[in-house]
Design a protein around this ligand. Structure first.
Ligand SMILES: [Zn+2]
Length: 86
């Protein structure tokens, strides 16, 4: 493969990144989960008499994700069942 061809594929790669954002839609997307960090506060569970946890774990886990097909990269933040893309 010549240098010229490698530059051409890089341009295509970047244009997909700009257009698509984190939500990959290609059929061949493979999302790699990278390093993650979690805050370390302690939330002791407190239950009401129906078994509902009144003091859920509110620690935040942030994970870097990267698509091995498109090359898109982003961070996801998870807190108490909710995922946010940051
Ligand atoms: Zn993708």
């Amino acid at each position: 493969m010549s240098n010229f061809n490698m530059q051409g594929s890089t341009t295509k790669f970047l244009s997909e990144f700009v257009d698509g954002g984190p939500g990959c839609s290609r059929d061949d997307c493979r999302i790699q989960h990278g390093a993650s960090t979690t805050t370390a506060a302690y939330y002791p569970p407190v239950y009401d008499k129906h078994g509902n946890n009144l003091n859920p774990d509110m620690n935040t886990t942030t994970t870097n994700k990267r698509c091995l097909s498109c090359g898109k990269s982003w961070n996801e933040s998870y807190q108490n069942g909710k995922v946010t893309i940051i």
